[in-house]
Structures are given as C-alpha cells and as structure tokens.
Design a protein. Structure first.
Length: 118
C-alpha cells in the first residue's frame, strides 16, 4: 500500500494530497529513510511524520485501503510519539510580530534558554 494513501486512511493527515505534499517535502520517513508518496509500506514499518511542528512516530499495525472512522483508524497503528509539550510551555513561548524580521542574537539566545537548548 502507498504511504500517502495509508497516512490519509488512518487520519494522520486531513487529505491525501496533504500526505503526498508532506512526503515530497521530506517530512515523512519510513524505517529512517525519506520516502516519496508512492513508497510501499508493510505491516511492522516505522513511519515518522512531521506535521504542524509535531513529530508523530507510528508503527504500521494494519493496512487499510479506505478511510475509516477515527476509532477504527486508531487501531491500525501503534503510536510511539513523544507526548506533546505541556500547554503552559507552548503558551509561554514568545511570539514574534508578523513582519518583524529575523530575531536578533539576543532574542535567539533568550528563546534557546526558554526551550532548554542552552
């Protein structure tokens, strides 16, 4: 089964074209390798999807040809994704004004301190 069709069928992306675009953009990896939308997957493959700033790590449990309801779709993969960051951290992160340009060195260092990258 194609990886873009599977991502859409198990509801990890909203549309199949969004899944294909993610594949073409290098945001989808199967067993550690970047893939094209037509790459075939089998049961047991590890699929990593970076979407909306969050990385999803799932293991293929079942191949389904058509899109199904959310409860059934959740049984088609094993989710090994790290938990999303706490809401307090996400809300406390400074947001730059649109059109403000690149951050200065000082602003970047402050952001790195907040994210614990220091």
């Amino acid at each position: 089964m194609r990886v873009d069709a599977w991502l859409w069928a198990v509801r990890l992306t909203k549309t199949r074209s969004a899944a294909a675009t993610a594949c073409r953009g290098g945001h989808v990896r199967v067993n550690g390798a970047t893939v094209k939308p037509a790459q075939h997957i089998v049961v047991g493959d590890e699929v990593r999807l970076r979407l909306a700033g969050r990385e999803r790590i799932v293991e293929v449990a079942t191949l389904i040809p058509k899109r199904v309801g959310a409860p059934i779709a959740a049984t088609c993969y094993i989710d090994n994704s790290p938990p999303p960051p706490p809401r307090e951290i996400v809300l406390s992160m400074p947001q730059r004004d649109r059109g403000a340009g690149r951050p200065t060195k000082r602003e970047r260092r402050e952001t790195d301190r907040l994210l614990g990258r220091e």
